[in-house]
Design a protein around this ligand. Structure first.
Ligand SMILES: [Zn+2]
Length: 278
């Protein structure tokens, strides 16, 4: 009986919170609100920077910040075009470089970005950094991690009779740990991985964002080819987990290419937004 009641609560929650995400245009399960997740995300980000070795390589730090700010501006512009000019009002953008051989990068809720030094040679230049930056920011903006957290909450609620949906993660540090896992931060194997659907969405939006920022989108398929060659056999938390087959990924990116090139040339996403409405 108690269990049924709990399932009912979950169902009601689902009905009310499974709204259409304006960014992805897809119905998403989302229990996690910005006001709930952002403070935890910011605290978790500071914790990561305090524990990891932050790079002092000025050229690398400058590069990541330079590209990050351009992508940020492009994303802000995109939301104005989409009709949601206040979507990013609570973001506190920040870009860091962490000393680590991992081929990894991530963006946490509210615009907290980190690149690991290991991925920079694969990026090669600003355009390569832009491919990764735009992909990671797309994950954050599409609330992919929040969606995964919500799914985890539902699973926990169903599994643990007696716990209330929102009360599953009692302490702040447990919650922060969940944010870190949900957004691909960390080095542990077995952490939550983005689904293929999330990856495709991040690729699609990423290539549009980088183009709007003035980076040539033709670089994107080339970067993923280099990444594939590099990461064979290795473990890369964000990038190797459940990423689409490289050929599928490159085919998909090439499918987006006409819209990306249009965004690159015109500086607006009109053609892409028209395609999305279809
Ligand atoms: Zn990804």
């Amino acid at each position: 009986m108690k269990r049924n009641l709990l399932l009912l609560i979950v169902l009601v929650f689902t009905l009310f919170s499974c709204g259409v995400n304006p960014v992805t245009g897809r119905k998403q399960l989302n229990f996690v609100s910005e006001s709930e997740i952002f403070p935890q995300s910011f605290a978790a980000y500071n914790k990561v920077l305090n524990t990891e070795k932050v790079s002092k390589n000025k050229a690398q730090v400058k590069q990541v910040k330079r590209v990050g700010k351009k992508i940020q501006k492009a994303v802000e512009k995109f939301f104005v075009e989409l009709g949601y000019p206040h979507m990013l009002d609570n973001y506190k953008w920040e870009y860091s470089v962490i000393e680590s051989e991992q081929l990894n990068a991530w963006c946490m809720p509210g615009g907290k970005v980190a690149f690991y030094t290991g991925i920079l040679p694969v990026c090669k230049n600003d355009e390569g950094v832009a491919v990764v930056m735009a992909h990671e920011i797309a994950h954050a903006i599409a609330s992919h991690g929040a969606e995964r957290m919500s799914q985890t909450q539902v699973q926990s609620a169903i599994g643990a009779v007696g716990s209330i949906v929102m009360g599953v993660y009692g302490t702040k540090s447990e919650y922060q740990e969940l944010v870190l896992q949900a957004y691909g931060v960390g080095s542990q194997v077995g952490m939550l991985a983005y689904s293929r659907e999330h990856e495709s969405e991040a690729d699609e939006m990423g290539i549009i964002f980088m183009s709007l920022a003035g980076y040539n989108p033709k670089v994107a398929p080339q970067f993923w080819k280099r990444m594939q060659a590099k990461s064979n056999g290795g473990q890369t938390p964000e990038f190797l987990s459940t990423h689409p087959h490289p050929k599928t990924r490159i085919d998909d990116l090439n499918k987006m290419m006409p819209y990306a090139i249009d965004a690159y040339k015109t500086g607006n996403a009109k053609k892409y937004l028209k395609y999305r409405k279809k």
